[in-house]
Design a protein around this ligand. Structure first.
Ligand code: DAT
Ligand code: MG
Length: 149
């Protein structure tokens, strides 16, 4: 089983898309391990997106990500990192396929409503950046045996 860090960005919250997006992730059968609703401090947003520091869109990205509360989560499931990237669709919502989260709900790269880790290394780094160990739940949904054999 793999873990990933998922964040609904400020535009998803403002636009009332939380429940629609959560429904897709929950219905897939993934297990929620942690969840927080808060405004990210600027310094933490910059650390989260450190790989993009210096790029032309960086300042705008940090402004956007700190402009309002986000919903940050840890989810667990089989091959969840790659599968969530597929469910999210391409970074540019105009290139994201219909049926994907960005393809269905967004128009611009700079307002693409959701973040998901892109590798096991990023997932570990991002989870540790935003969550303490005690905030991550260990639990077994009773349907587990009907989801994975
Ligand atoms: P992803 O979020 O799909 O992992 P990324 O890591 O390349 O994509 O970029 C992180 C975020 O930065 C992305 O979700 C939106 C923003 N971004 C990336 N490229 C951009 C661009 N050319 N113009 C505006 N925002 C951009
Ligand atoms: Mg990325």
């Amino acid at each position: 089983m793999e873990r990933t860090f998922i964040m609904l960005k400020p535009d998803a919250i403002q636009r009332g898309l939380m429940s629609d997006i959560l429904k897709r992730i929950e219905s897939k059968g993934y297990k929620l391990l942690a969840m927080k609703f808060l405004r990210i401090p600027r310094e933490q947003a910059e650390r989260h997106y450190a790989e993009h520091k210096g790029k032309p869109f960086f300042e705008g990205l940090i402004e956007y990500m700190t402009s309002g509360p986000v919903l940050m989560m840890v989810w667990e499931g089989e091959n969840i990192i790659a599968s969530m990237r597929t469910m999210m669709g391409k970074t540019n919502p105009n290139e994201a396929a219909p049926g994907t989260i960005r393809g269905d709900y967004a128009q611009q790269t700079g307002r693409n409503i959701i973040h998901g880790s892109d590798s096991p290394e990023s997932a570990k780094r991002e989870i540790e950046l935003f969550f303490n160990d005690y905030e991550i739940q260990s639990w077994e949904p009773s349907v587990s045996k009907w989801l994975c054999e």
